[in-house]
Design a protein around this ligand. Structure first.
Ligand code: ADP
Ligand code: MG
Length: 679
């Protein structure tokens, strides 16, 4: 939080330019950042192990008396080594220092110290290498030593020193929470909480500090979301006249499902309201969400409004443009594509068409959010695969016009807690019915030993005129996406599929190359597409009826279900082969679940139960700001309390403009400043 006492860390004692740069990598530039950089754990110096019972190969604290010091020895590689013998009543301990002549100098023979490190060696000769030493008085004063998230060259001890210096120059720490909240939830003041989280004297202090800081952070989160949302609660600039979707339905080559009709009716009715629509369209992979969006676009155009459809990847944006353009052209709706790779004259023309209202539908990636994209009269905004977009992007989209109607589409069922946070009071339409003629995708789990058989099976499908996707192994550390894909393509896929036409797709290809590959696959100029997971969302090639996924164990079940959804769209049998050499029970159970279930909601629930919420709550997926201390799942009760309080606070003071709420407003702004400004 940026208070009045915020000071650049370069002004702290002991923080030179190089250090400041290292700290900046941790997001620490000011004293406020330092105080808000919380330990991830503590080393407890108050309960040292007797040396004989200290566990091997686990970091722990022992207390030892120094018995003797050896001289400096040079060992292989030019390293310096000093050995110090020590011990307690239970056993001896050799302290070995590599390239660290100063540490042993601080030890007096006969003196007793605490050492933190891993015990190695043998029962006969226990050893600790480069231990951290703490004196008995120091441990008494600070029995729990903070362990901070690490970065290159920055130790926890150094961070503790910086935090101490930050406290020294920030004597007055502002209290952002109103007194009634501190009382109601029995929370300690912020100043105490910060002291206790960095320099706790006991576990109780750690708990008290955490309780207070978690509440504060979740309250800031809820307030920030409410502030963002309050901007949308105004009247829309685009209340529309009712539109009958019948002509649109009549123009389709097939009849809409009941669920599609129902969702479209809900959307078209929302569009006639004064408040802007805020609706989530949730439907399993292949349930036909695109058509529902198209009906909304049709209705907006009938009212003279532009629509925008935003997709998370270029491939998907191109595909949407290609599907929607011919569908909507007969109604006089003109589509333009705007992605990062639309450049030069084409871009100029697109921007002009958007600005002057010659384009009725703009399909694109988040390029549509950039400055310079000005809509003539945007009335309807759709985001596809919403869970990939952040809160910020959604509000940027809303800000592109005078509160257009907003439809967010997702195939990922979202747990309730997260749904509330991400969408607040969104209305929900559910596509709970698949278009007719879909046969469940037959799913099998195999080991890599079966790869040759599998490729034989793929060739059979290709001979029958069908196409296949192969999702190649995920990258190993240090390997690029491109290398992994290219190696697999050259060494496995091509040789095993020799006479067939095999294409390669990976994230490093230029957008034009990507769409060329995709188009070739769509046009059946390629039989097989070897790809990284860039094909994960939304891609629609009905003739493809087989997908094989290498390293299947490394994906969440929902992600696998998404991938599987690429096939089974064109009638006939469809297959999904999960390849994994990890045959632990847990992996087998997970993959086997997928083999027996085709229901995305069931799969998401199983994923949640077996893997925990990490998949959903991992910060990347939901676009919420990164939290420093609270855990949305573990702290969900506090989350609800914070939500209640946030609603009450903003009920009385919607924009938090009263002086007594200034601290709260700053808290919320600071949390969201990494992500978005609230103004
Ligand atoms: P998703 O919900 O996964 O985005 P899509 O919108 O991509 O699904 O639709 C999947 C496929 O189903 C497309 O090929 C689309 O043309 C087709 N489809 C959609 N609705 C129907 C329907 N009512 N009847 C038959 N096919 C449909
Ligand atoms: Mg889709």
């Amino acid at each position: 939080m940026k208070g009045g006492t915020d000071i650049d860390i370069r002004r702290l004692n002991g923080v030179a330019e190089k250090r400041a740069q290292q700290l900046a990598k941790l997001g620490i530039c000011t004293t406020e950042d330092l105080l808000g950089f919380f330990p991830r754990d503590y080393v407890d110096y108050s309960h040292p192990y007797p040396i004989a019972s200290a566990p091997f190969d686990t970091k722990c604290v022992v207390r030892a008396t120094i018995l003797g010091k050896g001289g400096t020895v040079r060992v292989r590689g030019g390293r310096q080594l000093i050995k110090v013998t020590a011990g307690d009543d239970t056993a001896g301990l050799v302290l070995t220092y590599f390239n660290n002549p100063y540490a042993p100098q601080k030890l007096d023979i006969g003196g007793t110290y605490l050492f933190f490190g891993k015990v190695g060696g043998s029962f006969a000769v226990r050893e600790m290498i480069n231990p951290i030493m703490v004196t008995l008085p120091a441990a008494e004063a600070a029995p729990l030593a903070a362990v901070y998230p690490q970065t290159e060259g920055i130790t926890s001890a150094f961070l503790s020193k910086c935090v101490r210096a930050a406290f020294a120059v920030s004597p007055d720490i502002e209290e952002p929470l109103p007194a009634f909240l501190l009382q109601k939830y029995r929370l300690c003041p912020r100043a105490d909480a910060l002291r206790m989280i960095h320099f706790p004297r006991s576990q109780d202090e750690v708990h008290a500090a955490r309780r207070r800081l978690i509440f504060e952070e979740l309250l800031a989160l809820q307030l920030g979301l409410l502030l963002l949302r309050s901007r949308g609660a105004q009247r829309t600039g685009a209340p529309m006249k009712p539109v009958d979707p019948a002509p649109f339905w009549a123009a389709l080559p097939f009849a809409p499902t009941g669920a599609q009709r129902r969702s479209v009716d809900e959307i078209l009715s929302d569009m006639t309201q004064k408040a802007p629509m805020n609706r989530l369209l949730q439907g399993d992979v292949g349930s036909g969400k695109t058509l529902v969006a198209a009906a909304g676009i049709y209705a907006a155009a009938k009212n003279g409004y532009q629509s925008v459809l935003m997709a998370p990847t270029e491939i998907l944006a191109c595909q949407h443009a290609n599907t929607l353009e011919p569908l909507l052209r007969p109604f006089g709706i003109r589509t333009v594509l705007l992605t990062g790779s639309v450049k030069g004259a084409a871009k100029k023309a697109a921007l002009k068409a958007i600005r002057e209202g010659e384009a009725d539908l703009i399909v694109g990636t988040h390029a549509v959010l950039s400055d310079g994209v000005d809509f003539a009269r945007l009335g309807f905004a759709v985001t596809d695969e919403q869970h990939r977009f952040g809160v910020r992007q959604r509000s940027l989209l809303a800000a592109k016009a005078d509160h257009p109607h907003l439809l967010v589409m997702s195939a990922t069922p979202i747990p309730r807690t997260l749904g509330l946070l991400m969408f607040g009071d969104l209305d929900i339409s559910v596509l709970d019915e698949l278009p007719p003629g879909r046969t469940p995708v037959k799913t099998y789990a195999v080991t890599g030993k079966k790869r040759a058989d599998l490729y034989g099976f793929i060739r059979k499908q290709l001979d029958a005129g069908r196409q296949a996707y192969i999702v190649c192994p995920l990258i190993e550390e240090g390997e690029s996406d491109m290398q992994a894909a290219a190696t697999y393509y050259e060494e496995i896929a091509k040789p095993l599929l020799a006479p067939y036409r095999v294409g390669l797709m990976h994230g490093r290809l230029k957008a034009a190359e990507k769409s060329a590959v995709m188009d070739a696959f769509k046009a059946h100029e390629l039989d097989v597409l070897v790809s990284t997971t860039v094909i994960e969302v939304g891609v629609d090639v009905p003739n493809a009826n087989l997908i094989a996924i290498e390293n299947a164990e490394r994906y969440g079940l929902s992600a696998l279900h998404q991938l599987r959804g690429r096939v089974g769209r064109g009638g006939g049998e469809a297959y999904c082969i999960l390849i994994s050499d990890h045959t632990t029970d847990a992996v087998r159970k997970r993959l086997s679940f997928l083999c027996h279930t085709n229901d995305g909601f069931e799969i998401a629930r199983f994923d949640l139960e077996t893997r925990g919420p990490g998949d959903f709550f991992g910060s990347r997926q939901h676009g919420l700001p990164t939290l420093r201390i609270a855990d949305l799942m573990a702290d969900s009760r506090v989350l609800y309390a914070a939500q209640e309080e946030a609603l009450a606070l903003t009920h009385d003071d919607p924009a938090l403009q009263k002086p007594e709420n200034a601290g709260l407003r700053r808290l919320a702004e600071a949390l969201f400043s990494q992500d978005t400004a609230l103004n």
